[in-house]
Design a protein around this ligand. Sequence first.
Ligand SMILES: NC(=O)c1ccc[n+]([C@@H]2O[C@H](COP(=O)([O-])OP(=O)(O)OC[C@H]3O[C@@H](n4cnc5c(N)ncnc54)[C@H](OP(=O)(O)O)[C@@H]3O)[C@@H](O)[C@H]2O)c1
Length: 349
Amino acid sequence: MSKTVFITGATGYIGGQVLYELLSSPIDFKINALVRTQAKADLLVKRTNGKVNPVLGNLDDLSIIKEQVSASDIVINTANVDHVPSAEILADALIAKQSETILIHTSGTSVIGDAVTEKNSASTKVYSDIYNIDEINSLPLEQPHRPVDKIVLEIEEKNPKTKVAIVSPSNIVGVSNGYDNTISIQIPFLIRNSIKNKKTWSVYSGDYIWSHIHIKDLGEIYALILNGFLEKKDIPHGRNGYYFGSYGGLKDEKVTTKPSEIEHTWRSVSDRVAELLYEKKIVPTKEVAELNYEEIVQLTGDEFGPKYIGTNSRSRGDNAVKIGFKPKYSSIEDYWKRVEEDVEYVLKE
Ligand SMILES: NC(=O)c1ccc[n+]([C@@H]2O[C@H](COP(=O)([O-])OP(=O)(O)OC[C@H]3O[C@@H](n4cnc5c(N)ncnc54)[C@H](OP(=O)(O)O)[C@@H]3O)[C@@H](O)[C@H]2O)c1
């Protein structure tokens, strides 16, 4: 029997990859996608050969969210992950539902990020989505993404007929198989604002460690979770269903202040972007400017700007490995190729 999917953010980077996974599945999903404008609706219909039914609206149209969630077997959220009112109405609708529903919500590993300060440096704190799950489930509400995570993680306890998973991506890289925006946030943000600044920059020293993942590997994690739920496999769900979108399964890992082969420092990204932009004669120097919090907010016009590349966030996606995730793009060489690709992509914009 065909399953009805309601997806938000389908014209976006993550949502586009997730939509690609849905359309590549042997299962004949009936897909309803929330889109903000008629132009985006037309574009999505055209690029998917009419396989997606656009639903015109946005996350503030709470009656549309409620109606779609109530009528769907599967809900996948990849639009603004900090939108509390839509998360609240989503939770209300799911808690009230009598039929079985699958919810896959998106978050982000800024949720485990530390403070942006001049004194900060590379941390040895690593979070596994299996071994540190209690800590993740009790993160303070002040952490980015945590208010919505908390709402979503309480749904299953209130209605066990809904199976809930959160995918929390680390730094995503690579061009996606999506249908509109196919490029990520963090590194393109650095590149665009380095061009604007006429010099590549870091947040203070930039010596902070993050995990990363290729967008196509991330898409596979969504597909594995969805298939696991549909096949009624005993996969982590509810409060245990927190899936970092990062590589995991490292055996006997010895954590130091140096990044492992599935991580990078933001300083090394700034250094590489500086080299690439200098080689292309876009900036006059290979030097990286160490900017402070206020300078970055001013340069980028984004209050969240310093947090994109100014914290430590070392995550281990052990749950994905547990459900059979086999990454295809996890080598560090691949990561640096994707940084080059981002520079090329931004320069063509
Ligand atoms: N990219 C990353 O590395 C990363 C990592 C972790 C978490 N995240 C989070 O995941 C979310 C999606 O990221 P992304 O990289 O896929 O971003 P994106 O490419 O900008 O896509 C966002 C999508 O959500 C839609 N959208 C945004 N606000 C909406 C609203 N109020 N109502 C309806 N639709 C709305 C956009 O529609 P339009 O096409 O109309 O703009 C687009 O389809 C963001 O909240 C982001 O912070 C991203």
